[in-house]
Design a protein around this ligand. Structure first.
Ligand code: RB5
Length: 149
């Protein structure tokens, strides 16, 4: 799989760990920054990641901030993006199986390295189930257009 990864300053420290782990699992990882831990605004890096994921069909994104909340909210403003804030392997697995998430988010201040590895494993190895979930996921696009019925 190809992953585009970006963080803010509060997710910067764990970024290299995540990149290395994914690479050892055979994935291609593109680091979209930042290059250091100077303060940045998480919507700017959410934007970089969402753009790359949408331009590279079949790819996935990883966004990390302090809690994972701000960066996931920002990413989900973009049409076609389903960014899932995950806290454990179960939520990561379900985000793929039921929500067809294309961006994984978590908080550096929330989860430790062992949990992060299990989140990455679950997200990478779980496929979208489709079926009854496909219609629901399709309706998400309607939500962003404000046309729920
Ligand atoms: C930065 O201090 C922090 O607010 C940010 O990383 C994130 O947790 C916001 O949701």
């Amino acid at each position: 799989m190809t992953y585009y990864i970006a963080t803010d300053h509060a997710g910067f420290a764990i970024k290299s760990f995540v990149v290395t782990y994914l690479q050892t699992q055979g994935h291609t990882v593109v680091d979209l920054g930042p290059a250091n831990d100077e303060r940045v605004d998480y919507p700017d890096f959410a934007q970089k990641c969402t753009k790359s994921v949408l331009e590279d069909k079949g790819s996935f994104g990883i966004l990390i901030c302090g809690t994972g909340i701000g960066i996931s909210i920002a990413a989900n403003k973009i049409k076609g993006i389903r960014a899932a804030l995950c806290h454990d392997a179960y939520t990561a697995s379900m985000s793929r199986a039921h929500n067809d998430a294309n961006i994984l988010c978590f908080g550096e201040r929330v989860v430790g390295k062992g949990v992060i590895e299990s989140i990455l494993d679950a997200f990478s190895t779980t496929s979208f189930e489709g079926g009854r979930h496909a219609n629901r996921v399709a309706k998400i696009e309607g939500c962003s257009l404000g046309v729920i019925d």
